[in-house]
Design a protein around this ligand. Structure first.
Ligand SMILES: [Zn+2]
Length: 276
């Protein structure tokens, strides 16, 4: 089956749906120019400095750095915070918003990305589940309390050393603050914000039992399969269709639809079919 035929099938599924769940992994941000850190080399392509230091993504994304060397920890997370603040969500986000309003689709977003790009594109916070948290929110490293607050700090990073002197502090105890995101080997992530979002998502899913559900999954790989599992679980419901968009790992069994290309190309292709 060629791509045009797949776009046409996906367009039919969107047109016939009453509710939509948009699920996204790291591949969703690639068309906005964001690195997906895929494999060791993906990370080092984005951060040559860490290659020189011999530090992998798992090595850099470790909460222990906030205690041992906060200037180093915030060099990495400050740089990513700035990158995500400056990023412009690609046109695919706006196509998804447009379909929701054109076809009157009730919607929910489930993303493993911590970059806040769905909110930035105009999706309401109340319709989003960020399974690994958000880099735009902070918590205490201790933590001294369960507080989670928005990161209003500017964090300039020295690109030569990937270090910063601008270290966000806990609003209660002045210890080093850290992003409220799940890191590798992380025992102190406060999951309350994500847990609240999960409850909203469960209510959404329970509420659309009577309506045809379409799931559009983008850029969610098998390395961290959380998002794929959520899509497949929803896809097992009566009358649900999953559209899996992934250039390298697009496989999914019929009646679901596999679209082996990037997120933006696929969304533009489906949009063209919707207008046809
Ligand atoms: Zn504290």
């Amino acid at each position: 089956m060629d791509l045009t035929e797949r776009f046409r099938l996906a367009a039919t599924a969107v047109r016939n749906a009453g509710a939509i769940v948009i699920t996204a992994g790291a591949g969703m941000g690639v068309d906005s120019g964001l690195p997906d850190f895929r494999g060791e080399f993906g990370f080092w392509n984005a951060y040559p400095m860490y290659e020189r230091l011999g530090i992998s993504f798992a090595g850099a994304a470790n909460p222990a750095h906030f205690d041992r060397d906060p200037a180093f920890a915030w060099g990495f997370y400050g740089h990513r915070t700035n990158l995500y603040r400056e990023a412009v969500p690609h046109a695919g986000f706006h196509l998804l918003l447009d379909w929701c309003s054109r076809f009157g689709l009730d919607r929910f977003i489930v993303t493993s990305n911590v970059d806040g790009q769905f909110q930035k594109a105009g999706f309401p916070d109340a319709d989003i589940l960020e399974v690994h948290g958000s880099i735009h929110f902070l918590q205490c490293t201790g933590p001294c309390s369960g507080a989670i607050w928005e990161n209003g700090k500017t964090i300039p990073v020295d690109l030569e050393t990937m270090r910063t002197r601008h270290i966000p502090r806990c609003i209660h105890c002045s210890a080093t603050a850290r992003p409220n995101i799940l890191m590798f080997g992380d025992w102190s992530w406060i999951s309350d914000r994500t847990a609240r979002q999960e409850r909203s998502f469960d209510e959404f899913v329970a509420g659309c039992r009577e309506r045809a559900l379409v799931v559009i999954e983008m850029g969610a790989g098998t390395a961290i399969p959380t998002i794929r599992h959520i899509s497949e679980e929803l896809g097992s419901r009566n009358g649900a269709t999953v559209i899996r968009i992934n250039p390298r790992e697009g496989q999914i069994a019929s009646p679901h639809i596999s679209i082996p290309c990037g997120a933006l190309d696929a969304l533009v292709g489906i949009d063209t079919a919707l207008h046809g």
